[in-house]
Design a protein around this ligand. Structure first.
Ligand code: UDP
Length: 340
């Protein structure tokens, strides 16, 4: 029988790509989203890619009764929780908003999952590693004290999951994402930042299309090979496929521990400058950029050791940075055509 996965925040950037990969791998997916941080573009795109309407529930997971009702309505084998606020700077300015939303919603997911016997996959982040002493980081590398309420919610939610698994006999996986970039090759779904983008690649594509005047490269005086920060940029479709492997591992009863953590990265450090150069080259565009002061709070260098995910999940990132940057550009052009 087909298994069903509930994707909270399924209309967002990562959730929509994960939904497509799950469906293509033979899962049924229920998308739930309160639409607070996105419009219908990605939901419509998902349905277009899959040539069918997917069940969609407009639900705010901070509403415990509404969250629970979803688990009553559908027989859900696993839930993937994406529904959260994600802007680091905003979380510093509005910590209560971040704590209330990101913690309450996950607690409600955990409660419903517990009472319904549902496996839980939590979308965590490499931000939990802070500034690592010695990259690449493995899952055993120490977590560092969070530098923002957003980062703190990721750490706290990991701990909620770990403790619930231990106490209630549940099963859970936390995936720690590095820097997800790009868009689906169909250009029907992608990232839709609200207002001025915080992240590098949407800022690059918006500058290239003319929505922004000039990209600021935050610092070229770091002690790195070219002076700019090093990151592990991972293709969004590769990242989405890691979720399919993780969900299958849970549902098929293949977990070795009831709570597992995996890095989802490429293992390949790429500097900000290298990324900009690669974007220009692969898309044959001259980007308007300037060197600006360092951005407060930025980590100098972090990339994944993805060996555990390869060994245990059978997952590995496949796409090149060039391929991914071409997909990001195709998506931005599609948005421009649609007047967005
Ligand atoms: N960055 C930049 N200009 C921008 C946005 C980001 O130079 O407009 C740099 C940023 O300083 C960091 C890297 O790009 O070194 C990745 O930043 P992003 O916000 O995309 O992700 P983070 O790794 O901070 O989560």
């Amino acid at each position: 029988m087909k298994k069903t996965v509930l994707v909270s925040g399924g209309a967002g950037f990562i959730g929509s790509h994960v939904t497509v990969e799950l469906c293509q791998a033979g899962y049924d997916v229920v998308i739930a989203d309160n639409m607070s941080n996105c419009d219908e573009t990605n939901y419509k795109g998902v349905c277009a890619i899959l040539s069918r309407q997917l069940p969609f529930e407009k639900v705010d997971f901070c509403d415990a009764a509404a969250a629970n009702a979803l688990f009553d309505k559908y027989h859900i084998d696993a839930v993937i929780h994406f529904a959260a606020f994600k802007a680091v700077g905003e979380s510093v300015a509005e910590p209560l908003m971040y704590y209330k939303n990101n913690l309450d919603s996950f607690l409600n997911v955990l409660e419903a999952a517990r009472s319904h016997g549902t496996h839980v996959l939590f979308s965590s982040s490499a931000t939990v590693y802070g500034e690592p002493d010695n990259p690449p980081v493995t899952e055993q590398s120490p977590r560092q004290e969070a530098t923002s309420p957003y980062g703190n919610t990721k750490q706290m939610c990991e701990d909620f999951l770990r403790d619930c698994v231990k106490a209630y006999g549940m099963h859970g996986i936390a995936l720690r994402y590095f820097n997800p970039i790009g868009a689906h090759p169909s250009a029907l779904i992608g990232e839709l930042p609200r207002g001025v983008p915080n992240n590098l690649v949407p800022y690059i594509t918006q500058t290239a299309i003319g929505k922004r005047e000039c990209l600021s490269i935050f610092g070229n005086d770091y002690p790195t090979p070219d002076g700019t920060c090093l990151r592990d940029f991972i293709d969004i479709v590769d990242l989405a496929q890691a979720h399919v492997c993780a969900v299958t591992r849970m549902i098929d009863g293949k977990m070795e521990e009831p709570y597992e953590i995996f890095n989802v990265g490429t293992g390949r450090p790429v500097s900000v400058m290298e990324l900009v150069n690669a974007f220009e080259k692969v898309n044959k565009i001259k980007l308007n950029y300037r060197i600006a002061p360092r951005r407060p709070g930025d980590v100098m260098a972090i990339w994944a050791d993805p060996a555990l995910a390869e060994k245990k999940l059978g997952w590995k990132a496949k796409r090149s940075v060039e391929e991914t940057l071409a997909s990001a550009w195709a998506w931005e052009k599609r948005l421009a055509e649609a007047g967005k």
